[in-house]
Ligand binder design. Structure first.
Ligand SMILES: [Zn+2]
Length: 67
């Protein structure tokens, strides 16, 4: 666990100022509001909108239809 909880407390999404959560695999921070995912590089969270990716909700329509 590279990031401390204290650090997580003060970090906020630069896009919507909501709080971010560490992803279960520990490789990124995810905004609870806009679902942007901020990468963590060398244990440093990159809190830049330009660097963020937006996590798409799982789409069941495209896969699983043809078996
Ligand atoms: Zn956000």
């Amino acid at each position: 666990m590279a990031l401390s909880e204290d650090l997580l407390e003060i970090l906020a999404c630069p896009a919507c100022k909501a709080k971010v959560e560490l992803k279960p695999d520990g490789t990124a921070l995810k905004c609870v509001e806009c679902k942007r995912v901020y990468p963590i590089r060398d244990d440093i969270p990159v809190m830049l909108i330009d660097e963020a990716t937006i996590e798409e909700p799982a789409q069941d329509e495209e896969r699983g239809r043809n078996r």
